[in-house]
Structure formats: C-alpha cells, structure tokens
Design a protein around this ligand. Sequence first.
Ligand SMILES: Nc1ncnc2c1ncn2[C@@H]1O[C@H](COP(=O)(O)OP(=O)(O)OP(=O)(O)O)[C@@H](O)[C@H]1O
Ligand SMILES: [Mg+2]
Length: 69
Amino acid sequence: MAQVFTLANAKGVCGKSTVALNLAVCFTRAGYRTLAIDLHQQANLSAALGIDLNELRLTSLPAADRLRG
Ligand SMILES: Nc1ncnc2c1ncn2[C@@H]1O[C@H](COP(=O)(O)OP(=O)(O)OP(=O)(O)O)[C@@H](O)[C@H]1O
Ligand SMILES: [Mg+2]
C-alpha cells in the first residue's frame, strides 16, 4: 500500500526541502519505490536530486522556465 508524506510549514526556509530530500533518499535506499514531487517554484528538491532544470520538458515551474529562457 502506498504511503503519502506531505511536508508543510507556514514558515519559509525551515528545512522542508531538506527533510523531503533525506526522506526520499532513505526510503529509496531501504528498497521502497519512492516518488518525490516538487511543486515549488525554486525547484530546489529537483536540483538537489541531480535534475538539470534546463532539461525539463514538462513543468509548471516558473524557475525552470526562467532558466530555459
Ligand atoms: N538540520 C539542518 N541543519 C542545518 N541547516 C539546515 C538543516 N536543514 C536545512 N538546513 C539548511 O537550511 C536552509 C533551508 O533549508 P530548505 O531549503 O530545506 O528549507 P525550505 O523550508 O524548503 O525552504 P523554502 O521555504 O525556501 O522552500 C538550507 O540552506 C539548508 O541547507
Ligand atoms: Mg523548499
């Protein structure tokens, strides 16, 4: 059965993306199939996972759009 984890906090810059990244990595290393969904404009989670924002073909991220020019 799938489990969904949502990290939310009204305060910014409090570690949400960092916790999400580490949870995703830990679950993956533990053998779980893991999907991390990054809806933040900054796309920090995507970038931290090694995704080249310039290579994104389908995105709702203004940050990625800006990088693509
Ligand atoms: N446990 C920690 N100890 C020290 N620094 C941390 C820790 N967790 C996160 N940071 C640092 O705090 C900063 C903010 O972390 P992060 O980007 O994960 O926050 P965020 O809540 O996702 O921010 P935003 O609201 O901009 O999306 C980063 O520079 C990160 O490296
Ligand atoms: Mg964040």
